[in-house]
Design a binder for this molecule. Structure first.
Ligand SMILES: [Zn+2]
Length: 326
């Protein structure tokens, strides 16, 4: 199927199977992972999360220790985004006038959103419907800002629209292969800007104290988050089963509670994201993993080279099959 036509057909009311839609719109076929795979990860988590009894309930209680208090949210977020910006500017030449604004909003199906306004300027919105946990400060700062969406859009505008006159790149088709690279690189950007232990170190030294959180719990919480990230492919399975009509919204929310350890309200919020964005969900995790593999292949562990391959990926039009190793 041709991506552009698929979206048009969807706008006219046609519904495609999850995998067909994903392949057609994003040029990537999401993997099928069974519950055995996720249960193994859950049993590893089970040993790390304190207490006994139902894991999701236990995790929900435990995670209360890591909520950024509402009155500290802006301070923590500003510091995180400033750090992400400094780290990015060390490696990438950004347009001199690049800038952004942060707004706090409610009533959305997502946790953060970048509205790129053009001329190197982004409006970044953070959804405060649900509690925001400490690890999300750097995640959102990198994903929505530096070196994520803000930088991606600014570089596309600079290199393709301004320098080469490709006016078509001043329009961003959201449901297109471009979003696979956009979301994948925005998530990979977190590891690029804060490699290895640098994220947890910065959180412990700067963000935990700013948020008034207990740093003695930070290392074990970080270890738990690293495992939880691997479980997010269960979200794709829930989205596929739900959107293909195999399970109800409630059953999809239950899957998210079980495998992603979401509290009920967050699980329902996520099913609304499935309604709105459908197979777009694969862009976050499969996108990240494919971008990470591509950069590992091209640059190995050389930090300078990784940033330069990343910059090239963000400055030239590429789709998933162009960075695939298969
Ligand atoms: Zn995004």
């Amino acid at each position: 199927m041709q991506g552009g036509f698929t979206k048009l057909r969807m706008l006219r009311g046609e519904i495609f199977a999850f995998d067909d839609e994903a392949e057609s719109l994003y040029d990537a076929l999401p993997p099928h992972l069974d519950s055995l795979h996720f249960n193994q990860l859950l049993s590893d988590l089970d040993e790390l999360v304190p207490g006994s009894g139902n894991l999701t309930k236990r995790y929900t209680d435990y995670s209360q220790n890591f909520i950024i208090p509402v009155d500290k949210l802006d301070t923590v977020f500003q510091v995180a985004i400033d750090e992400a910006r400094q780290r990015t500017k060390k490696h990438l030449k950004l347009p001199g006038n690049e800038n952004f604004e942060i707004e706090y909003v409610t009533g959305k199906s997502w946790s953060g959103y970048n509205y790129y306004k053009g001329n190197s300027y982004s409006l970044i919105q953070i959804n405060t419907d649900l509690p925001i946990y400490i690890e999300r400060a750097i995640d959102l700062a990198c994903h929505e800002g530096y070196p994520g969406h803000h930088v991606f859009n600014a570089l596309l505008e600079q290199n393709l629209v301004r320098d080469q006159g490709f006016m078509e790149f001043s329009v961003y088709p959201l449901f297109s292969p471009q979003s696979f690279i956009a979301e994948g690189s925005a998530n990979y950007g977190i590891d690029l800007a804060f490699p290895g232990q640098e994220k947890i170190n910065f959180e412990k030294e700067v963000l935990y104290p700013l948020a008034g959180l207990d740093t003695s719990l930070a290392d074990s919480y970080d270890q738990i988050q690293r495992l939880r990230v691997q479980l997010n492919y269960a979200g794709n399975e829930a989205a596929r089963a739900y959107l293909d009509g195999k399970i109800s919204r409630e059953a999809a929310a239950k899957m998210l509670e079980k495998y992603l350890l979401y509290e009920p309200e967050r699980a329902l919020q996520r099913t609304r994201f499935f309604d709105q964005y459908r197979s777009y969900v694969i862009n976050y995790n499969l996108g990240k993993d494919m971008v990470a593999n591509f950069i590992r292949q091209e640059a190995g562990m050389d930090e300078v080279k990784r940033w330069s391959v990343f910059e090239d990926l963000l400055s030239t039009p590429k789709t998933a099959s162009m960075i695939s190793s298969e």
